[in-house]
Design a protein around this ligand. Structure first.
Ligand code: PAN
Ligand code: ZN
Length: 188
C-alpha cells in the first residue's frame, strides 16, 4: 500500500497571461542576471526584466511532477532576442513537456556533444524535451511568450554547463524574421 504524501489540490491557470491562482513562487530574471549569455556584452539597462517563472510548489522528488509557467518578455539585446538562461536537467535523463499559451517563440535544444534542434513554441504547441537535451526559449514576437512546463520532480537544474559553454546556436533578428545562426561564443 502506498501512503499518499500529498493532499490533492487545484490551481487555476490563466491560459493567456500564465498567471497562477493561488500565485506560485516567482523567480525573476533581469538582464543583469544573464551576464555573458548574449552576443553583446554591454546592456543599456541591466535592471530590465526578461522573464518570470511561477512555480506550483511540490516536493522536488521523483514521485512528483513539477509544474510552472514562464512569462518571457519581448525585447532585444543588440540584434539578439530576449531568451531564458537555459539549462540541462541536473539529473540528465529527466524529460519535460512545454505547452505554448501565448506569443511566439523558438525552443532551442542542445545535446552535450553539440547537437541542436530548434522548434516553434506558440499557443497550442506541445514541445517534448527528452532527457539529455538542454533547453532555452527565445521570444521572437512583440508580445510576452507564455508557456506551461511540466517535468519530473527530481530533475533539478544545471545552469553551470550552459554558463560555461553556451548553446550551439543563437537567435538573431533578421530582415525576414528570426535567424538561427551558429553561436560564436559556444565552447563545447
Ligand atoms: C522551465 C524553465 C523556465 C526558465 O520551467 O525553468 O522557463 O528558464 P531557465 O530555468 O532556463 O531560467 C524549465 O525548463 N524547467 O525545467
Ligand atoms: Zn527544464
Amino acid at each position: 500500500m502506498v501512503k499518499p504524501s500529498l493532499e490533492p489540490f487545484t490551481v487555476f491557470l490563466d491560459l493567456e497571461s500564465g498567471h497562477l491562482d493561488p500565485a506560485g513562487l516567482a523567480v525573476e530574471r533581469r538582464l543583469v542576471d544573464m551576464e555573458g549569455m548574449y552576443q553583446q556584452e554591454e546592456v543599456a539597462d541591466g535592471d530590465q526584466l526578461v522573464y518570470r517563472v511561477y512555480m506550483v510548489p511540490v516536493p522536488e522528488q521523483n514521485s512528483e511532477i513539477s509544474c510552472s509557467t514562464t512569462i518571457l518578455e519581448p525585447g532585444l539585446v543588440g540584434e539578439e532576442y530576449f531568451m531564458t538562461k537555459g539549462h540541462f536537467h541536473q539529473v540528465r535523463d529527466r524529460s519535460e513537456v512545454y505547452i505554448g499559451l501565448s506569443g511566439y517563440g523558438l525552443l532551442v535544444m542542445a545535446t552535450e556533444d553539440g547537437g541542436d534542434v530548434t522548434q516553434p513554441i506558440e499557443r497550442g504547441s506541445m514541445n517534448y524535451v527528452p532527457g539529455g537535451w538542454a533547453h532555452r526559449t527565445v521570444n521572437v514576437g512583440d508580445t510576452p511568450l507564455v508557456f506551461f512546463a511540466a517535468y519530473v520532480g527530481d530533475a533539478g537544474h544545471d545552469y553551470t554547463t550552459i554558463e560555461r559553454s553556451g548553446f550551439p546556436v543563437a537567435v538573431l533578428r533578421g530582415e525576414d524574421g528570426p535567424r538561427v545562426v551558429p553561436n560564436p561564443k559556444y565552447r563545447r
